[in-house]
Design a protein around this ligand. Structure first.
Ligand SMILES: *Cc1c(COP(=O)(O)O)cnc(C)c1O
Length: 378
């Protein structure tokens, strides 16, 4: 059986967890949390990062930091995970859904401006499959209209826009280390703070609205309740797991990209343009080996393809369902039609991609898909 995903173990996770436990300090901001913070700041040049218990938490922190209040509008692609949107809905925002590009599921930057009103406060681009959105365009629009940009970089570790690491471009950015991502800690996430005005307050919000972090650095002589906040920081046990993964970043990324490239070569060579399209990576973007997907002609074709794969015990999966048509939002949605988002909802399928996927397993997947598309499987 070939599942969609298998979590990868670098080998040092349990050793570091043991050391974290033995250190006697397993709450947040221990030794391993600091090591992870340093890793990200050194490796990607992020100004300041804070581990969180999930990307969802990091997005919720971002919504608090930019002071979203009821009635504010936030522009978000409809083709995304619920957390991208929930974080802002929780603060009372009205979500203005944007369509994806025709060429890939990222937000269509050319259509953002028509969605801006006097109430718009922020744009939240999602780097789908780790492929960069057109950030120069988005930042330029944001600057002109005085809006914040929060990058949902959940899938975008070690990926770049014109050479700049994703997560370093917007005012704030959120990463995920959920076990389906490239670098994992089970559940886990990180907020990146690129705009100085948020540095201090981010620490406070993450520590239940207290200035505890500043107190432990000796910057204030007592700590107390100074703002709203919640408990957004992970145990150092989680950080210990994460640090072991980060030490293997190079190796994990290389293997994932090799698998991705092999899929891409074989499907491009197969002459199946009438049945599927392969992922489009704009010139300004990189591929970080997060996800390999195919876009079929529609719902029926995709269902047939998935069913054929299941006959061979291979488990590709579809992805998001347009959020503007979700049970929670469709009743209140009054915006425009979003045809590209709806198309990816029906037609996009993700193939198994994980570190331990062998070449022969991958061959079987490729062969099964090519056969299914060319002949159908009995
Ligand atoms: C995985 C993911 C999230 C949520 O991450 P968690 O760490 O599970 O909260 C949010 N947005 C996108 C685009 C994701 O892929």
């Amino acid at each position: 059986m070939i599942p969609f995903n298998k979590p990868y173990l670098s080998g040092n996770e349990t050793e570091y967890i043991k050391l974290a436990v033995e250190s006697g300090k397993i709450s947040g901001d221990g030794v391993y949390t600091k090591k992870c913070h340093e890793f990200f700041e050194n490796r990607f040049g992020f100004k300041k990062v804070l581990l969180t218990t999930s990307c969802t938490d990091a997005l919720e922190m971002a919504a608090i930091l930019i002071n979203i209040v009821p009635g504010d509008e936030v522009i978000i692609p409809s083709y995304t995970f619920v957390s991208t949107v929930n974080a802002f809905v929780l603060r009372g925002a009205k979500v203005v859904f944007a369509d994806s590009e025709a060429t890939n599921p990222n937000i269509d930057a050319d259509k953002i401006e028509s969605l801006i009103t006097p109430k718009t406060r922020a744009i939240v681009p999602v780097h789908y499959a780790g492929v960069a959105c057109d950030m120069d365009k988005i930042m330029e629009i944001a600057e002109r209209h005085n809006l914040f940009v929060v990058e949902d970089a959940a899938q975008a570790i070690d990926s770049y826009y014109k050479g700049r690491p994703l997560g370093s471009i917007g005012h704030l950015a959120a990463f995920s280390f959920h076990e389906t991502k490239n670098i994992i800690s089970g559940e886990g996430g990180m907020l990146v703070i690129n705009d100085d005005q948020f540095m201090e307050r981010a620490e406070v919000i993450r520590e239940k609205g207290t200035n505890r972090s500043a107190f432990f650095r000796g910057e204030v002589d007592k700590y107390g309740w100074v703002d709203i906040g919640s408990s957004f920081l992970p145990s150092d046990i989680i950080a210990a797991y994460l640090f072991a993964q980060l030490e293997s970043l190079e190796r994990i990324q290389q293997r994932r990209k090799d698998i991705w490239n092999r899929y891409d070569e074989k499907f491009k060579q197969a002459g199946l343009e009438n049945y599927i399209s392969t992922p489009f990576t704009p010139e300004y973007a990189t591929n970080n080996g997060h996800m390999y997907y195919l876009v079929t002609k529609g719902l029926t074709e995709r269902s047939n393809l998935i069913a054929d794969c299941k006959l061979k015990n291979i488990h590709p999966v579809f992805h998001y369902l347009s959020l503007h048509k979700s049970p929670y939002y469709s009743e209140i949605y009054k915006g425009i039609e979003l045809p590209n988002s709806d198309f990816y909802t029906d037609a996009l399928v993700r193939l198994p991609l994980y570190y331990s996927l062998t070449d022969s397993e991958q061959d079987l997947i490729i062969e099964t898909i090519i056969n299914s598309l060319s002949f159908g499987i009995d």
